[in-house]
Every structure is written in C-alpha cells, then in structure tokens.
Design a protein. Structure first.
Length: 87
C-alpha cells in the first residue's frame, strides 16, 4: 500500500485484523477515504475497527438502496448502473 508510506506497519496490521482486509481492493479504497490525520492518531487495532465499521455502513447502504429500488417497482441494471422500471 503506497497511499500512506509513513503508516505502513499500522496499515498492514489493520489489514490483517479487519474482516474487510480479506477483500484487499475494497479495504484499500476505504483506507484512501480516511484522512491521514485520522490514520496517524489511531492504533492498528482501532484502524481495523474503523475500516470494518465503514465497510458495514457501505454494505448497509447498498442493501437499503436495493430495497428502495424494489419498493419503487424496479430493478438495478448492474452492467449499466441504471434503474429499470418494471411494467
């Protein structure tokens, strides 16, 4: 991970501890969304907890969006990232 080289040890520890660490690309995207000032202030364990919390929020948001689409009488076209109404 080259995003925050000065925090490499902490980040590696967090990636090992976090459940989302098993999904490397997702974990790295979540990590890039965090300000460096936050990463600097937390421990590796706390960073793992934070990554998992943000990942859980992301998963819940996706599930909520899918539920809303279904209740609006449509489906999500994954390939085109578009809403399709069902007649």
């Amino acid at each position: 991970m080259t995003t925050f080289p000065s925090h490499r040890t902490k980040i590696n520890r967090a990636m090992r501890l976090a459940k989302v660490g098993e999904h490397r690309t997702t974990a790295e995207a979540l990590l890039r969304a965090l300000p460096e000032s936050v990463i600097a202030r937390v421990t590796g364990h706390e960073l793992a907890e934070l990554l998992d919390a943000v990942w859980k929020l992301s998963q819940n948001s996706i599930a909520s969006a899918e539920t809303e689409i279904d209740s609006d009488g449509g489906v999500c076209d994954e390939d085109k990232q578009a809403f399709r109404e069902l007649a």
